[in-house]
Design a binder for this molecule. Structure first.
Ligand code: SF4
Length: 126
């Protein structure tokens, strides 16, 4: 698709409004919201916060979101809570923020037996 429709040019694939590019990616078989948003945020330079299982688990355990919150709910929550940086700094901030959630999820907030006592987010537990 990249070669046939965009001459192998990633810049062209990611060109345009974020919503339109996201729809373009989601239309590709096998690409879901998390993958599309990862591509947008890290490869495409779009302001699109990535939600994954780590984020969902951390947010639920801290009561920052309900168990029923879906992908878009969490994405809206994160994007509105993390919009205080000027637009020029926000991309790097969101990339780093998501990466740090992944590290907390991998290292501490495991599905079973979370390591809260050693976790950097322990002071934020309810
Ligand atoms: S303190 Fe860390 S390990 Fe414990 S629930 Fe929070 S994020 Fe998960």
């Amino acid at each position: 698709m990249l070669v046939e429709e965009y001459d192998g040019d990633l810049g062209r694939l990611f060109a345009g409004e974020t919503t339109a590019v996201r729809e373009r990616l989601l239309a590709i078989n096998g690409i879901g919201p998390e993958t599309a948003d990862s591509m947008l945020l890290y490869a495409g330079g779009h302001h699109c916060f990535v939600i994954d299982a780590y984020t969902k688990r951390i947010f639920q355990r801290h009561d920052w979101s309900g168990a029923e919150a879906g992908y878009e709910d969490l994405q809206r929550l994160c994007e509105s809570a993390l919009d205080q940086k000027p637009l020029g700094d926000r991309l790097d901030y969101w990339q780093d923020y998501h990466a740090q959630l992944v590290m907390v999820g991998k290292g501490f907030c495991r599905p079973r037996q979370p390591r809260c006592s050693e976790c950097p987010l322990k002071p934020l537990l309810p």
